[in-house]
Design a protein around this ligand. Structure first.
Ligand code: HEM
Length: 221
């Protein structure tokens, strides 16, 4: 038994273990071009479309996992993003935003993996939940700020609602509570390690989506 692993809170283990992957995704060409304000709004729209497929997978699974002792405590109504994404897409693409909308292959694979975890492995679902929602509550705010400045969306309004958690008054406190949930996950060290590995996969899926988006919007100046 590795005493260090047992003593270190799971929220710390998962954060430290994903640090490198985090750097990889947030310095990807797509993210750099997005944050560097080098894209037109159509790249941001295409990215938002991908998020809709991902969050639909995460949130359609809520009913499946909510009674589960491992994944259930993470299902929180104040995190739900699909309604906000649909408002953003209505603004970005118009009322018929759903017509002809298809995921990129990487997005389809990502969403399918989330759905598979929700059905067969709640710990894996937690990995995907953590990777997206805790990130949105953190770095997501940088993206919102950029999008408002670059394309003139109303502050916290249509177009950037995905990044606005209306029902979370204090994100720092929410993140602390979320980390407590992680620390309380009823899993042994081996299962925690598997969850961390799935978290790496989740980062890789995001990287693959960015890579395909880059392919659609080659740049740059
Ligand atoms: C624009 C690019 C990004 C920026 C600037 C950014 C920035 C940040 C920052 C500053 C934090 C630390 C927040 C804190 O300590 O409370 C954070 C945390 C996090 N980010 Fe990102 N991020 C970006 C992209 C991403 C992406 C693409 C993902 C994955 C899909 C991601 C996943 C996470 C996760 C899971 C955390 C929580 C770490 C933890 O405290 O356990 N981030 N991000």
């Amino acid at each position: 038994m590795d005493a260090t692993a047992t003593a270190t809170p799971f929220s710390t283990l998962i954060r430290v273990a994903s640090h490198e992957k985090h750097t990889e995704v947030n310095t990807s060409t797509f993210m750099s071009d997005l944050l560097g304000q080098r894209f037109g709004v159509e790249a941001y729209t295409r990215y938002t479309e991908q998020l809709w497929f991902v969050y639909r997978a995460l949130e359609d699974a809520a009913g499946t996992v909510e009674g589960d002792p491992v994944a259930g405590p993470f299902v929180r109504p104040e995190l739900m993003r699909v309604d906000a994404l649909e408002r953003d897409l209505t603004h970005l693409r118009g009322a018929d935003w759903r017509a002809g909308l298809e995921p990129l292959p990487a997005t389809a694979a990502y969403a399918a993996r989330i759905t598979e975890c929700a059905r067969t492995w709640p710990g894996g679902y937690v990995a995907h939940h953590y990777t997206r929602y805790l990130g949105d509550l953190s770095g997501g705010q940088v993206v919102r700020d950029m999008a408002e400045k670059t394309w003139g969306f109303a502050r916290k309004g249509d177009g950037v609602r995905f990044y606005v958690f209306d029902e979370i008054a204090n994100p720092a406190a929410f993140k602390r509570a979320y980390r407590e949930l992680l620390d309380a996950v009823p899993a042994d060290d081996l299962e925690k390690q598997r969850i961390i590995e799935e978290c790496h996969r989740a980062f890789d899926f995001n990287g693959a989506v960015f890579h395909e988006l880059e392919g659609e919007f080659p740049l740059s100046a």
